[in-house]
Design a protein around this ligand. Structure first.
Ligand SMILES: NC(=O)c1ccc[n+]([C@@H]2O[C@H](COP(=O)([O-])OP(=O)(O)OC[C@H]3O[C@@H](n4cnc5c(N)ncnc54)[C@H](OP(=O)(O)O)[C@@H]3O)[C@@H](O)[C@H]2O)c1
Length: 310
């Protein structure tokens, strides 16, 4: 397929690589809907929040600090409510859960968008490799803490990545979650994104028999602040080739917004989406035993964090 055809091609959903978040929500009214978006101050989360607000939703926009969330929400327009949620700090995640509870909001969608990528050196939070903790454990705490606030037909959307294929061949290194024995920037990022995918799949299994859904998304490859840790050469090459190989931010936000609000996605659960269509992930992303094990291990990690279970 030529690049031109790739940009123009549409999948069965009627949308494709080149679709933008505005296009996938064209004609939709989200009046009365409340959607939580993590990482609302940058990149895809910022664009997702902007478009959801444009269509009439109320957005609870989280960022690492209240100052960042407040600035992003103020810039995004009315209907945005800022909340602090530092995903690598369990106290902050719990405080965010409590803040949503106090507001009494019923959530129509939870958009687990925030993330970090390819840290050059091993870092940890509470003994867990930092990308795994931030991208997976923090969101696990947030989502499981808010499940009883999720609408009967509520949707959980988790940002994964095609980079989940870079996870170690054994999937999740349960015997080395702190990456003490081996650390690689990309395998560890890949592992965290495989964890995001497995979490969405297991959540979907736990939602079975209800109208709630959980799905994972690869947004495409987009130049955002996510690449801040990428080596200079890789950045330079991407910069030069960018227009040919990168989506724009509006295109990058399309798949997560589509999964969160498009009527055609009601009833689709446990899927992995790319370019606004169902895609096929790495084989072990569909292994229910692996997903269940990750869920149970994550529950134990969370129970052992300062502040107790949950
Ligand atoms: N861009 C791509 O090509 C691409 C490809 C595949 C998947 N994704 C996924 O898409 C999602 C959005 O990425 P993006 O490209 O929009 O990146 P981005 O511009 O760097 O935005 C990431 C957001 O996550 C927030 N964040 C990072 N660490 C956090 C923490 N510890 N606690 C709370 N929030 C935290 C960032 O906050 P700060 O600004 O304060 O750091 C920022 O708001 C990520 O999950 C990423 O893995 C992106």
């Amino acid at each position: 397929m030529s690049l031109y055809e790739l940009f123009k091609a549409k999948g069965p959903s009627g949308f494709g690589y080149g679709s933008t978040a505005e296009e996938v929500t064209q004609g939709l009214s989200l009046d009365g809907k409340t959607i939580l978006v993590t990482g609302c101050n940058s990149g895809l989360g910022q664009e997702a929040m902007r478009v959801l607000l444009l269509r009439g939703a109320r957005v609870l926009g989280t960022a690492r600090t209240l100052e960042k969330a407040t600035a992003a929400c103020a810039a995004a327009g009315s209907g945005a409510v800022p909340l602090a949620c530092e995903l690598s700090d369990p106290a902050s995640v719990r405080a965010c859960v409590e803040a949503v509870r106090r507001r009494g909001d019923r959530l129509d969608a939870l958009l687990c968008n925030a993330g970090i990528m390819a840290l050059p050196r091993r870092e940890q939070a509470f003994g867990v490799e930092l990308q795994l903790f931030t991208n997976h454990v923090g969101h696990f705490m947030l989502v499981t803490g808010l499940l009883d606030r999720l609408a009967d037909d509520g949707r959980v959307v988790v940002l994964s990545s095609a980079a989940h294929t870079m996870a170690p061949k054994e999937g999740i290194r349960f015997d080395d979650l702190g990456a003490e024995r081996r650390y690689g920037a990309w395998p560890s990022y890949g592992q965290s994104k495989l964890a995001n995918l497995l979490f969405a799949k297991e959540l979907a299994r736990r939602f079975a028999g209800t109208r709630r859904t959980a799905n994972a998304v690869h947004p495409g490859v987009i130049r955002t602040n996510l690449g801040r840790h990428m080596p200079g050469l890789a950045s330079l090459v991407l910069g030069l080739a960018g227009p040919l190989v990168l989506k724009s931010v509006p295109q990058g936000a399309a798949t997560e917004v589509y999964a969160a609000v498009h009527p055609a996605m009601a009833g689709t659960s446990g899927a992995y989406l790319a370019d606004c269509n169902v895609a096929t992930p790495r084989a072990d992303a569909d292994d229910p035993a692996l997903a269940r094990r990750l869920w149970e291990v994550t529950e134990r990690i969370v129970a052992g964090l300062p502040g107790g279970a949950g």
